[in-house]
Design a protein around this ligand. Structure first.
Ligand code: CP
Length: 310
């Protein structure tokens, strides 16, 4: 995978996904040591190019790079020459001329990481683009479920909420399907994208039916910044119908886990206690985010075996 872009789960093979997960298992151990640092990427440079706000993804890419001894540069759009009308592609070309070994890109518009990858020599890692994909989120979700359930094959995963605007939903649909899970989605009708069932999922407007027999319940954030119109009558009604709480969770399997990519609108898509306590695993997802991003930087931005041997 060295030197390749990671733009989405759609383009990954099952074996590649499993290799990333297996590598992340090793990386997680590094985070438990007293000195959380290995020299694996010493002398490599990672540029974080975040044009959209982020807490988890940006911080964990930075921590991941530093744990591997890479030099990590966090580019800040608000203090850059973007403010002098320099284009995004010229900004990317400028940074590429400084010879980074990987560029991590987040943007509110779908397709920007691909456009940047088209003009860059360095591999581009998509850290979330519009409603398109968020591949490292899906990988950390797979890792969390694999830890909890032992394997992905044969599980039933129910994704609940704003599917229409969710890059997390799209990447997770590809990811869990490729690893052999049944994926269901549940949402108010306007939040179910046309032809979503072509991705191999079953769509439900009844949360109860969608949850029956589920091993994994994944609540999605209501993406207020992407809602251009009214998709449900009120936040209160959404919460009553599609918000995940312990009462609704009774329809899922007894040992079902509850996930959320964050940030959580507490009391809207997820009850407060599930955000903090089991079967909620939200902070485990965050913890696994560092291990997954270490694995991705190692596998996509590491040295070729001959180079590493020198
Ligand atoms: N899940 C996720 O992408 O969170 P951030 O927006 O905080 O990075």
């Amino acid at each position: 995978m060295i030197g390749r872009d990671l733009l989405g789960i759609e383009r990954l093979e099952r074996a590649e996904i499993e290799r990333i997960l297996d590598t992340a298992e090793h990386m997680r151990e590094i985070g438990t040591r007293e000195v959380k640092k290995v020299p694996t990427l010493r002398g490599r440079t990672i540029v974080n190019l975040f044009f959209e706000s982020s807490t988890r993804t940006r911080a964990s890419f930075e921590i991941a790079g530093k744990r591997l001894s890479a030099d990590v540069i966090n580019f800040s759009p608000s203090t850059s020459s973007l403010k002098k009308a320099e284009s995004i592609l010229d900004t990317a070309r400028t940074l590429d001329a400084m010879d980074p070994d990987a560029v991590v890109v987040r943007h509110a518009e779908a397709g920007v990481p691909q456009r940047i990858a088209d003009v860059l020599a360095a591999p581009v890692i998509n850290a979330g683009d519009g409603a398109h994909e968020h591949p490292t989120q899906a990988l950390l979700d797979l890792l969390t479920v694999r830890q909890e359930k032992g394997c992905i094959d044969g599980l039933t995963v129910t994704i609940v909420g704003d599917i229409l605007h969710s890059r997390v939903a799209r990447s997770n649909i590809y990811a869990f399907r490729k690893l052999g899970a049944e994926v269901r989605i549940a949402a108010p009708p306007p939040m179910i994208p046309c032809a979503i069932e072509a991705l191999g999922v079953k769509a439900y407007t009844s949360l109860r039916e969608a949850l029956e027999g589920a091993d994994v319940v994944m609540a999605l954030r209501i993406q207020n910044e992407r809602l251009a119109g009214a998709y449900f009558p009120s936040t209160r009604e959404y919460s009553a119908t599609f918000g995940i709480d312990r009462a609704k969770l009774r329809f899922a399997k007894d040992d079902a886990i509850v996930m959320h990519p964050g940030p959580v609108n507490r009391g809207v898509e997820l009850a407060h206690d599930l955000a903090d306590h089991r079967p909620g695993v939200i902070l485990d997802q965050v913890r696994n985010g560092v291990a997954i991003r270490m694995a991705v930087l190692y596998l996509f931005a590491g040295r070729q075996p001959a180079e590493a041997a020198r």
